[in-house]
Design a protein around this ligand. Structure first.
Ligand code: BES
Ligand code: ZN
Length: 458
């Protein structure tokens, strides 16, 4: 059997051959290709009006994870998938909110007016302070065992700093800012963790040079469990023509708290539903899973959960993940070609998904869109288990990003149409029945030149 890596190698080789090895050339002119009958089978059916209506419905109510608003969105998405006859599942997973009842950080009896981290543990500890710098793995030693770690903000995530000192036996975290003012970090309930100002922190660093310093942390935090969801809809291939491979097409249905999230990411959901509507009536030889994730805005919790519950045998069969997040922003993309549509990968490398995406825009719009390096969405957990994946987004993002103004009136139907056509045409190259499996894809589309671009996204 071919593993996933050899599948890509062979596909790329066949693409190069059929393209007459145009790979070395650098201009887009060398990419000139045109829309195929295969493309037309998909793109002619895509209705931006359908997508617009989906966004309108979803963005009427904020969809913060764990709220009634998320459930309303999930019910809608689920009902759409079910009405298409798809095998649909609502997959629940827990998320946690933290309510701070009391918080205190004291040194030598002086209250530092600190702020407990969201997700700080509860407890009342008095112990010596130990300066652990930025608490990177190398910096934290056993000297912190039984002590309170004095930590500088910066370079690595809050949660990783807390994890590193907890692993060495610390009983508390006192973290100082790297900018002016107060701040609140995140932790996972391991131990009391409180944030103080940069000035206070630097004073303590000096004080420690003259001898031991004792601190007290007293935190009372309530952990509240809520439920968020992933919606999964499976489209099975024709039984007599099944490559055994799986393609996933995803978006996130949650919004930021109180955000209408029309573009972020009702737009992506509308594209997932639209492609589902079209693919159910199109013969295919590859399973397609349409996915909408909850709790992306809390750190890709839904997509991480989804990937974590997959049997390894499914992961082994997954050959491509297409993530659509923010694909309709009228004011996104500045003057870049195709409204600023770009494909971001986690490692900044091309892969099967970006090859097919660039090739699709080259055929459809005479421009090979670039790729770049960025996480910040649900393609991350798929990449982490070795599935070729990319985020399709207009970059730079629009000024309404994460604001109450991320509403339907800033959505462009043209951008919806282009981004969805791109992903639809790209995915169809894998799932259409005359390409029996990627490793035997004689009729795979020619590859094109497309460039790496280091484009600031916001
Ligand atoms: N849709 C955004 C992703 C995004 C926004 C990418 C702006 C690039 C630029 C996503 O919903 C988001 O806001 N992600 C969070 C990170 C997440 C892991 C909490 C972000 O980028 O802050
Ligand atoms: Zn988003």
């Amino acid at each position: 059997m071919f593993g996933r890596k050899s599948i890509i190698t062979v596909l790329t080789t066949s693409m190069l051959l059929s393209a007459g090895v145009v790979y070395a050339q650098t201009t887009n002119a060398a990419n000139a290709q045109s829309v195929t009958a295969f493309d037309n089978k998909i793109i002619k059916k895509i209705s931006a009006d359908n997508m617009y209506n989906t966004i309108k419905y979803l963005s009427a109510v904020p969809r913060e994870a764990g709220t009634e608003g998320e459930v309303r969105g999930v019910e809608y998405i689920e009902s759409q998938f079910k009405s298409l006859g798809l095998e649909t599942r609502r997959i629940p997973f827990p998320i946690y909110d933290y309510k701070t009842n009391s918080q205190l950080a004291e040194v030598d009896g002086v209250n530092l007016n600190g702020r407990a981290f969201s997700g700080s543990g509860s407890g009342n500890v008095t112990a010596e302070l130990v300066n652990v710098g930025k608490a990177t793995t190398g910096e934290v030693t056993d000297a912190v065992a039984g002590k309170i770690a004095l930590v500088a903000r910066g370079d690595i995530a809050f949660v990783d700093k807390v994890k590193n000192v907890f692993a060495k036996g610390a009983v508390g975290v006192l973290m100082y800012n790297n900018a002016s003012g107060a701040f609140t970090g995140q932790a996972n309930g391991e131990l009391p963790a409180v944030g103080i100002t940069r000035e206070q922190g630097l004073n303590l660093v000096e004080k420690l040079k003259n001898g031991p310093v004792t601190a007290t942390l007293n935190v009372d935090i309530q952990k509240i469990e809520k439920t968020s969801f992933v919606v999964e809809a499976k489209l099975k291939p024709n039984k007599n023509k099944d490559t055994g491979q799986i393609v996933t097409i995803g978006s996130h249905h949650d919004s930021v708290p109180n955000g209408p999230g029309a573009n972020d990411d009702a737009s992506g959901v509308s594209a997932v539903l639209e492609l589902a509507r079209i693919f159910v009536n199109t013969p295919i030889d590859t399973e397609v899973r349409f996915l909408t994730f909850g709790s992306e805005e809390r750190g890709m919790v839904g997509s991480s959960f989804y990937v974590s519950q997959l049997p390894q045998s499914d992961i082994d069969r997954m050959v491509a993940h297409f993530q659509m997040d923010m694909i309709g922003g009228a004011e996104a993309g500045e003057d870049h070609p195709l409204g600023g549509l770009i494909m971001y990968t986690i490692d900044g490398q091309k892969n099967l998904v970006t090859d097919l995406g660039a090739s699709a825009t080259s055929r459809l719009y005479d421009v090979a869109i670039p790729y770049g390096q960025l996480g910040r969405s649900d393609h991350q957990p798929f990449h982490d288990v070795g599935i070729p994946s990319a985020l399709f987004i207009h970059s730079p993002v629009e000024p309404q990003y994460h604001k109450p103004t991320d509403t339907i009136d800033h959505i462009s139907k043209e951008k919806l149409q282009q981004a969805t056509s791109t992903v639809g045409a790209a995915a169809y190259q894998i799932i259409r029945p005359d390409t029996p499996a990627l490793e035997r894809a004689h009729v795979a589309p020619a590859t094109v030149n497309y460039d790496y671009e280091n484009r600031p996204v916001d």
